[in-house]
Design a protein. Structure first.
Length: 458
């Protein structure tokens, strides 16, 4: 079949007709086995990056890890130091060949536990890019537009309020004075759109802003316990935004709201949308809402107070005292936080992006949509990269340029290397790791690229 594309300058087209169709460490040996509404200069930058990525990703990966010793050592050290209950790492080529995998488990904390590519994990914010892929698919077929008002689909969010300080500044503003309780609010003056949700400029947040008034309200709302989308949206409507829609980037609940927009636009649950548009046609197993029968999740752990231990629900405070429910019978699907995945399954999804929107000969997204996801949208003044649609893209100032990166609340991380043609995952289940786990990520990636350089050196 053929794509029919109606071009609109500097925008994703309204419609692209889709082609449907503390001690004991147990090592496990390694196995060798959209085109966007880009603004101003970002159009040129995104196009140049996209061209380079397209050429690179079209070739098969020739990456090799011939000596994994240094990689294994990094993982062992971070587990032995008491920062992680376990670490499971996996590198996979564009063709699905496992280049490296290794698991280190703290037997003292998790006796008898085995972690491998089939272990189910809570991936939290790694749900976001899956939801965004679904939404970009809907944009391609004309079901959604980036300019659509969110209230067209979620009418409960039509009269939003914005929290401000005594000077009328929004609370996310660097110039904002300390917020005092009770909060002052003003009506939202900008229309909240689908693109605001994609860009985390909608004004939604988690219960960890550091602003006591907001955090208490968000915790009291107990959003993950809402019965369904309507109940969630009604609770969310009672919370003031942290700034006016579109005012600036602020990381929060935007993608979960985005998933609910997709549900209302299609009259399908987000669970069904993921199954029908991603999991089934692309033959991805290990990426879903709800825990499969007969499977168990790894326990909650935390190191937030300096000591690695088993955690209680209230230790993970992103929603206050509540956490997402992973029961298969639940009717609330949080597109920003609620998915479960195995490393095997999530690696397959990452290979869809690496493959410019396709996997196993089946296309999920047009290449232009992948360009839009990775193009510069927010955090444009960061010296080491930019934020696409919830995908961090490194630049030439970063230790490794041109990586697409993301992660989750409980120590799950991924990156996509379109130039070398592989994906990497670094998985754990732990809350409160110092520096958000960046020390581990940096050390492990440095070892990976050093091992690759050694493998190809004459």
């Amino acid at each position: 079949m053929h794509w029919k594309l109606r071009d609109r300058v500097s925008k994703i087209p309204d419609r692209i007709w889709r082609r449907k169709q503390q001690s004991g460490i147990r090592p496990v040996a390694h196995v060798q086995h959209v085109w966007s509404r880009l603004r101003s200069n970002a159009i040129v930058a995104g196009a140049m990056l996209s061209l380079a990525f397209s050429v690179a990703a079209s070739a098969q990966s020739d990456v090799q890890i011939t000596d994994p010793t240094a990689l294994n050592r990094v993982l062992d050290q971070f587990v032995e130091s008491g920062q992680y209950p376990f670490l499971y790492a996996r590198l996979e080529s564009a063709e699905g060949r496992v280049l490296y995998e290794y698991s280190a488990v703290n037997d003292a904390l998790l006796p008898g536990v085995t972690v491998d590519g089939q272990s189910w994990m809570r991936v939290w914010s790694m749900s976001k890019i899956v939801t965004i892929a679904v939404v970009m698919d809907l944009v391609e077929e004309g079901t959604l537009s980036l300019e659509d008002p969110v209230s067209d689909y979620l009418p409960w969010l039509s009269d939003l309020q914005v929290a401000v300080d005594a000077d009328g500044q929004s609370l996310s503003s660097p110039e904002s004075a300390a917020a005092k309780c009770p909060l002052q609010t003003v009506p939202a003056t900008q229309t909240l759109t689908v693109e605001h949700l994609l860009n985390h400029t909608g004004g939604f947040y988690y219960a960890v802003t550091g602003i006591d008034c907001l955090d208490e309200l968000a915790a009291e709302a107990s959003l993950p316990t809402a019965r369904n989308t309507k109940a969630f949206a009604k609770r969310l409507a009672e919370l003031p935004l942290i700034h006016q829609p579109g005012e600036r980037y602020y990381y929060g609940l935007n993608t979960s709201v985005l998933g609910m927009v997709a549900e209302r636009a299609t009259k399908r649950s987000l669970k069904q949308l993921v199954e029908e548009r991603i999991s089934k046609p692309l033959r991805i197993r290990g990426l879903q809402y709800g825990l499969p029968d007969g499977e168990t999740l790894l326990p909650l752990t935390t190191v937030a107070d300096g000591t690695l231990r088993l955690a209680q629900t209230q230790d993970l405070d992103i929603f206050g005292d509540a956490l997402p429910d992973y029961d298969k019978g639940r009717k609330l699907f949080l597109g920003g936080e609620g998915m479960l995945a195995t490393t095997d399954g999530y690696a397959d999804f990452l290979r869809v992006l690496l493959g410019r929107g396709a996997l196993f000969g089946q296309r999920l997204l047009d290449e232009a949509s992948v360009d839009a996801i990775t193009a510069p949208h927010t955090q444009l003044d960061n010296p080491q990269g930019h934020n696409g649609y919830n995908l961090w893209v490194t630049n030439d100032n970063a230790p490794v340029p041109n990586l697409w990166m993301g992660g989750g609340y409980e120590g799950t991380h991924f990156w996509i290397d379109p130039e070398r043609g592989f994906v990497g995952l670094l998985m754990s289940q732990v809350h409160g790791v110092p520096n958000f786990g960046q020390d581990l990520e940096s050390a492990f990636r440095a070892a990976v690229y050093e091992a690759m350089s050694s493998a190809v050196a004459p």
